[in-house]
Design a protein around this ligand. Structure first.
Ligand code: ADP
Ligand code: MG
Length: 361
């Protein structure tokens, strides 16, 4: 096991990249600590698989180094990196039995047969495959085949890390939830470094202690679910995480207050100082969960028109209009929502400011 350090990595699939868009991964530095449960979260095409394949050695980066502990493995093939990888679709041997499939990575490394039996039975039990060990993989369902794939990733105890690339895509929703919890338990029990790629925020936030959010070839933020929720470093992170995502309002700054389409919202002194010093386009950011709706005006409140109320069982999402801008508010199910005019309350501790999409405070 080892700490994985990506040093000044960048990757282009083109032989002579020129424009920035030619780079699937823009220059990045990134460390995965030994034993962490990580998720790599971002929309399709943002570079998640490329980054994962650089760690496992399926892709050699155009620039930079991959370090496992102190060792530079940039030029080492996958087989010599001691990494297990599970892909989106099953990678198994159809003609082998479930047992033989699970034993394969161990037999390949000449692990003694009695030890193999122990590991295979252990993993099969975890994945509820014990009854199928003697069956040929061929006739099994897509779910079961993917479970074998997962098992093949989990069976070795000596790996530096296990990489999962959207491994639950083909699994049915109920089983998906179960397997995700299993993976979490496996992490807690084994202490192995796990990196889990997904485009689904729920999957990322329930599985990982730390989530790296990617967009457009960049890692925009690595943080705990709470950090990503409370202080997104980039507007994309605020928008991508949360349901609905964070509200962003283009704004100006004048005499200690943010100005939104002419409406003034006083900022706390510390934030006002940063706003005064900031260069670039300013946006005010606030999560729907942190806003509240009041019937009367006040110091940290702005007048809005209520446009729509969506009842979602335990809570309601209220769409309001602030001088032509939509702002969403999450309110408890039993709260009465004013029919027309209301006042949005912005709590100072959760009101954020962004300059050119980067958090300034
Ligand atoms: P993700 O896994 O987040 O969906 P990928 O890492 O697969 O993203 O892709 C990142 C970018 O690199 C995309 O624009 C994709 O089209 C491109 N890309 C991925 N694999 C290849 C490849 N083998 N050859 C050329 N371009 C690729
Ligand atoms: Mg991918």
């Amino acid at each position: 096991m080892a700490r994985i350090n990506l040093k000044d990595i960048a990757h282009s699939y083109m032989s002579a990249p020129e424009a920035e868009a030619d780079w699937a991964l823009k220059p990045l530095n990134h460390v995965w600590e030994d034993g962490g449960a990580y998720a790599l979260l971002g929309p399709s095409g943002c570079g998640k698989t490329t980054l994962l394949n650089i760690i496992s050695g399926l892709v050699t980066p155009s620039r930079g180094q991959v370090l496992f502990g102190e060792e530079d493995v940039t030029e080492l093939p996958t087989a010599q990196r001691n990494i297990a990888q599970v892909f989106q679709f099953p990678v198994i041997y159809d003609t082998m039995t479930v047992y033989q499939n699970l034993a394969f990575p161990l037999r390949n490394r000449k692990v003694p047969e009695d030890r193999i039996r122990e590991r295979v039975e252990d993993v099969a039990e975890m994945l509820e495959l014990s009854d199928q060990l003697k069956q040929r993989a061929q006739r099994l369902t897509a779910d079961a085949k993917q479970k074998i794939s997962l098992g093949r990733g989990l069976v070795r105890a000596d790996v530096a890390a296990i990489l999962f690339d959207e491994p639950l895509t083909v699994i049915d929703p109920h089983l998906k939830w179960q397997l995700r919890r299993k993976l979490k338990q496996i992490h807690d029990r084994s202490g192995l470094t796990l990196i889990y790629v997904t485009h689904d925020q729920n999957e990322a936030l329930t599985f990982a202690d730390k989530v790296a959010v990617m967009n457009d070839g960049r890692v925009l933020q690595m943080g705990t679910p709470q950090e990503l929720f409370e202080a997104p470093q980039h507007t994309f992170v605020g928008f991508f995480i949360g349901s609905p995502g964070m509200n962003f309002l283009p704004c100006g700054f004048e005499a200690g207050a943010a100005t939104i389409e002419g409406a003034r919202l006083p900022l706390k002194a510390e934030l006002a100082e940063k706003a005064a010093a900031a260069a670039g386009e300013l946006k005010l950011g606030i999560r729907p969960e942190f806003l509240s709706l009041a019937r009367e005006n006040g110091e940290s409140r702005l007048e809005v028109a209520v446009r729509a109320v969506e009842d979602l069982g335990n809570f309601k999402i209220v769409s309001t209009e602030l001088r032509g801008r939509t702002v969403k508010v999450k309110v408890p199910e039993d709260q009465e929502v004013p029919a027309e005019t209301a006042f949005l309350d912005f709590p100072a501790d959760f009101t954020r400011l962004y300059a050119d999409d980067q958090l300034i405070g």
